[in-house]
Design a protein around this ligand. Structure first.
Ligand code: PRX
Length: 660
């Protein structure tokens, strides 16, 4: 990141910081920075006020119970069903408002009002109930971005049955692992999904997974691509056979504030993904409030488009729960940004007159590469706020986004958060925060963050360290499904002082704070890579590689990449007589795609006779990163086999990196 900082300094020298435009500031949802002080002075009152904007069957007795830290309870004693806030409460006065403008990749369109969405959610909830889904049962969802996808999440929520969405780009193996970890009872999927003009065979992959998922009793299949699929009698049913005949009413199941709303698996520092647990009350409070504040949402006027897939947390919080709780009108686009041409996104923005747009830095860099013309041939004057999420955004991409997409007019909200945090944590408020290109600015009201050194001491402004959160927040993860020890170990052990009852959440990111207290995110400090905004663990890829019969050992690192943020670089030693050639590279990349998903395919694979290890046998990833990024090696004195580093570096230079 050092290069970016030089650039930032240059930008500052030119005075390039961006105060909130007066037309935004004068009528923003949050128009005064007094909210930060209010939230700090009385956090309980602050969160209670936000919670009171939702529909509750019974009001909570206590805002926060932190007595069993780090296991939190929020809005204790409160009863609700999140779908009553997201759907029912809109019916009387705004049932005809559009909830989703949906556009399929081939160009087909659907407009779904709140009343229609409510009816469809009830129908699917009735169908799921008929298939034996009860409160507390887990339901897996493995779908493309069709309107039935948000319907599926909400139908589960209607029944109090936690959903576990598995991104449609994950492989059969990944799906099977997640289904088994959650012991899901029902799977909702599609025949296939459209992506870049071809069909992703979701049902076929699901069938592969289902050969080893004993807990699944039924599969509901949405017809989308008309591809021919196998239907297993008694287990599989078509959505169109079981849903339309149901009643469009279904009373919502009353849930406790702390009942599980969903599970979402994410990569950590081990080979096994973690099931992140989110609960009903606190999660919805923060998802709704943060969406409203950060996007300065005016539900009657705005058309909001978050381009994330619902398979990721961004889709959960900011395509489904937050926007619907706020009565927003959203766009959902099914497919790839370059289909049929590289201006598809801007065509969508123009046609639906999108006012609030939210995407990832990796997409922004891709658009930059494709050239301004694809953007400027469209009228984007409807846009008023544009956002970014998923990885650090380099100042160049930020400036391009601001001027070419945002017409030098729209505030940028760079939102730092995680699957675990459930909602935005560090982000500008467009009506009050002066932005700097590349900085996520400051923690939101009610969120207490810090940057600390190895010993957990707050570092002075101007210095870097580990990003931590020092106070609980309502949408915080409640645990890792079935693994309390790992939850405490992963997030709380490193910087907390339990004997003093001080609990500090370790995010896994490095950050620097500048002299103004602005946060600059520096990327992960653990063995998690961020490839195009997707979290992938080095260990997951390593274990996928060693699963191949030709591979003896593998080491994987994330190397800097202009386009994807990081790219996966693999170093592999082979068994027996197998030689490392182009064919084997292709085979290994495919093998990783089959084990995890295409997003995890290494961009480069280097074969070597040995991996660089310390004398105690630990692989020295730091050196491999140096090699991958063609830097001079760091300290090699602890190496058991120094010569090997030079040999690998030779080979890496000779290799042409494979296309990702
Ligand atoms: O490293 C940070 C990066 O993405 C990680 C969280 O990934 P995930 O749980 O998949 O959630 C992604 C969407 C919320 C973080 O630990 N990250 C996310 N947003 C930003 C970011 N890094 C820098 N700036 C951001 N705005």
């Amino acid at each position: 990141m050092s290069d970016s900082h030089h650039t930032i300094e240059a930008l500052f020298d030119e005075g390039r910081v961006f105060p909130p435009p007066p037309e935004v500031a004068s009528r923003a949802v949050v128009s005064s920075d007094a909210i930060y002080t209010e939230a700090t002075e009385d956090p309980d009152a602050f969160w209670a006020d936000l919670a009171s904007r939702l529909e509750w069957r019974r009001t909570w007795d206590t805002v926060l119970d932190w007595s069993k830290a780090p296991f939190a309870k929020w809005f204790v004693g409160g009863k609700l069903n999140v779908t009553e806030s997201c759907l029912d409460r809109h019916l009387a006065e705004r049932g005809d408002r559009v909830a989703y403008y949906w556009e399929g990749e081939p160009g087909d369109r659907r407009v779904i009002t709140y009343a229609e969405l409510h009816a469809e959610v009830c129908r699917l909830a009735n169908a799921l109930a008929e298939l034996g889904v009860h409160k507390g049962d887990r339901v897996a969802i493995y779908m493309g971005m069709v309107p039935e996808m948000p319907v599926a999440l909400l139908a589960c929520a209607r029944l109090g049955a936690p959903h576990s969405v598995v991104f449609g780009g994950f492989s059969a193996d990944s799906l099977a692992d997640r289904i088994n970890d959650a012991a899901a009872k029902v799977l909702i999927t599609c025949d296939g999904a459209w992506r870049g003009g071809s069909v992703v065979p979701l049902k076929e992959m699901a069938d592969d997974a289902l050969s080893r998922t004993p807990s699944i009793e039924h599969v509901v299949v949405v017809r989308r691509t008309e591809s021919s699929v196998a239907m297993t009698p008694r287990r599989d049913v078509w959505y169109h056979d079981v849903v339309p005949r149901q009643s469009p009413e279904r009373p919502a199941t009353e849930c406790d504030s702390e009942d599980m709303l969903y599970l979402l698996y994410t990569s950590g520092t081990t080979a096994k993904p973690k099931g992140i647990v989110h609960t009903c009350g606190g999660y919805l409070v923060h998802a709704a409030a943060s969406h409203s504040m950060v996007f300065d949402l005016r539900p009657e006027d705005d058309v909001y488009w978050c381009t994330a897939d619902i398979g990721w947390v961004t889709g959960h919080s900011y395509v489904v729960y937050g926007p619907l709780a706020n009565g927003a009108t959203s766009v959902i686009y099914e497919g790839a940004p370059q289909f049929p041409d590289k201006d598809r996104f801007w065509d969508v923005v123009e046609r639906y007159k999108v006012t609030l747009f939210y995407t990832a830095p990796t997409s922004i860099r891709t658009f930059m590469k494709w050239g301004d013309d694809f953007v400027s041939r469209h009228d984007l004057s409807s846009l008023r706020i544009i956002g970014t999420v998923g990885e650090p955004i380099n100042p160049e991409a930020w400036m391009w986004y601001r001027s070419v997409v945002g017409g030098d007019r729209c505030p940028i909200v760079d939102t730092w958060w995680q699957t675990e945090t459930g909602g935005f944590m560090i982000s500008p408020l467009p009506g009050v925060t002066t932005t700097k290109p590349g900085s996520a600015t400051i923690p939101l009201p009610g969120i207490s963050a810090d940057v600390v050194d190895e010993q957990g001491r707050s570092v002075p402004l101007g210095q870097g360290g580990y990003l931590v959160i020092t106070r609980p927040w309502p949408s915080m993860l409640r645990g890792i499904y079935g693994d309390d020890d790992r939850f405490v170990e992963t997030y709380w052990r490193r910087f907390s002082r339990p004997e003093e009852n001080v609990w500090v959440y370790f995010a896994g990111d490095g950050a620097k704070r500048d002299e103004d207290g602005y946060y600059w995110l520096l990327g992960r400090v653990d063995d998690v890579m961020n490839v195009s905004g997707h979290r992938i663990s080095t260990l997951e890829v390593e274990s996928a590689l060693v699963d191949h019969p030709a591979v003896a050992e593998a080491a994987v690192v994330g190397r800097d990449d202009q386009q994807t943020g990081q790219a996966i670089a693999a170093f592999v030693t082979l068994r027996g007589s197998r030689t490392g050639d182009e064919d084997l590279i292709l085979e290994l990349r495919e093998h990783v795609a089959t084990k995890i998903g295409k997003i995890a395919r290494p961009a480069s694979i280097v074969f070597t006779d040995e991996l660089p290890k310390t004398r105690s046998g630990k692989i020295m990833r730091r050196l491999l990163r140096d090699i991958s990024e063609q830097r001079k090696f760091g300290d090699v004195t602890t190496l058991a086999n120094e010569a090997v580093v030079h040999e690998i570096a030779e080979r890496a230079r000779a290799m042409r990196p494979a296309d990702s």
